[in-house]
Ligand binder design. Structure first.
Ligand code: IPE
Ligand code: IPE
Ligand code: MG
Length: 237
């Protein structure tokens, strides 16, 4: 992504038909690797490259909020080596992408618990959040050690803790790659009226054309929020 001119105005509106808040469950990294005879970590490395493309594409299309599920609070059940690898990968990608995020006016924040993350990752997150705080083109949130049930419970018991771990804006479009059709404790509250898209493609193979397909499907859906369809009056008196 190249740097926009300094005069880029803040994004205040989302283009017609474009989902304002897109949430993605980035699933299928392990299977992508295993099917190729590679160790699972290679799938995570390829997945991290896909994240870069997805962020750039959403920024181009005019999405306002993009929330990415990177590590669930249930993912602690995984082997210690895989968990450690993921945290190192997150820290190195945040550091490597920081300049590009700033140049492109992208605000970066992380949702979820931080108290169980390694200090190097917590520091990388804090630095990226501070450096990108003025971004007005797209707000990318990455969910790490995130549980939606825990976030909802916290929102009610504590009224949020001031670190963006409570409730987010309503999701317009939820995408899950990897073939599963479940939410796995992601944005349960915020997805109340989200349009859902389940893709069989594993996350490392997700292409911008797949996203284009999902977005054009979204643009054709009628969102009624419990009301009645908009009808053209055809009855004659
Ligand atoms: C998603 O891919 C990434 C994380 C949960 C960190 P998976 O690692 O769940 O990949 P599969 O579902 O085992 O293929
Ligand atoms: C959900 O995927 C979490 C992320 C993609 C980060 P999982 O692979 O952990 O979900 P389940 O176990 O298939 O429900
Ligand atoms: Mg999975």
């Amino acid at each position: 992504m190249s740097a926009p001119p300094r005069t880029t105005p803040p994004r205040t509106t989302v283009p017609p038909g474009v989902p304002g808040h897109v949430a993605i469950i980035m699933d299928g990294n392990g299977r992508w690797a295993t099917r190729r005879g590679h160790p699972r970590w290679m799938g995570h490395v390829r997945g991290a490259h896909t994240v870069r493309e997805v962020v750039a594409h959403c920024a181009r299309l005019g999405v306002r909020d993009l929330t990415l599920y990177a590590f669930s609070s249930d993912n602690w059940k995984r082997p210690r080596e895989e968990v450690g690898f993921l945290f190192d990968l997150f820290a190195s990608h945040i550091e490597r992408q920081l300049a590009s995020l700033v140049a492109n006016g992208i605000r970066f924040t992380v949702i979820g618990r931080r108290d169980r993350l390694p200090p190097t990752l917590v520091d990388a997150i804090a630095m990226a959040e501070a450096r990108t705080a003025a971004g007005t083109q797209l707000h990318v949130r990455v969910a790490i050690d995130y549980s939606s049930r825990a976030a909802i419970a916290r929102a009610f018991t504590e009224g949020g803790d001031g670190t963006e771990t409570a409730l987010l804006p309503a999701v317009d479009l939820l995408v899950r790659t990897g073939g599963e059709r479940r939410l796995s404790d992601f944005l349960l509250w915020e997805c109340a009226y989200a349009e859902l898209a389940f893709l069989d493609v594993h996350f490392p193979d997700l292409a911008t054309t797949d996203l284009d397909g999902v977005f054009s499907d979204f643009a054709r859906r009628e969102r009624r929020y419990g009301g009645v369809p908009a009808v053209t009056e055809t009855t004659s008196a």
